[in-house]
Design a protein around this ligand. Sequence first.
Ligand SMILES: [Zn+2]
Length: 292
Amino acid sequence: MTFERWQLGGIWITKIPEQDRIPGMKALLPDATPDALTAIPWLRPHFVSADGKLNASIHAFVVETPDRCLLVDTCVGNDKPRSYAGWDRMQGPFLERLQAAGYPPDRIDTVLCTHMHVDHVGWNTRWVGGRWVPTFPRARYLFSRIEYQHWRSESEQGPSADGMDPATVLADSVQPILDAGLAEFVDAPFEVGTGVRLLPTPGHTPGHVSVELDSGGLKALITGDLLHHPCQIARPHWAASADEDPVQARTTRAAVLQRSADNGELVLGSHFATPTAGRILRDGDTYRLATD
Ligand SMILES: [Zn+2]
């Protein structure tokens, strides 16, 4: 398997794919109808298929800096009880891929979750000897304090209707990290290490963060779910049905797109299909993604 990889000064970023589709993209982005997508021609062929479907992916990024090796977002994970059948007790080769890319679990020293949705925390833990144990035992796991508090209180409300399973997700993918003493709660903006910083980007979830990278005068941004699909670059007002606060999510999206167009940074989408990354360019009164 060949991996998509980007160099940013002294930082290397590698995409580790878990799944090449996200179930229910149509319902996730209800404004992205086939007609509406036809009006955004640059989305084809990478981000919209020939038959008009939204391409998307579930993946993690490894960010290797001169002094750290970080894993950003940990996908759905294996063996986890989930309400969506396609993710229920999944058996996928994510860890094998991570290893093949040059990153056995012991090399990861920092795990970052942009937020605590089911497809961003799964590989925090794995099922070994009848219990959930940290997949990355040498790592510090950084969690947004606001995000954790939010999902703690949500999980006390009982099961949710949207298939996000907050109580189960917290119990099998976050609590074992706390129990192992590997969790660190942080408040964004937060300096993770040289050239790595968490930027608060609330709206999709209350404590959502994006990851700013900076090396040798070059900049990049890992979005998290402030954008689910590049169509939202052209249409920032298109909310995702999973956005907890759609109004705040829109404001955040508009601010980040303006910033990225201004500073020319490389934008890496946490659910963007290959080629995954590009630069935000102004396009009339909106934006587009220019991929290399
Ligand atoms: Zn997601």
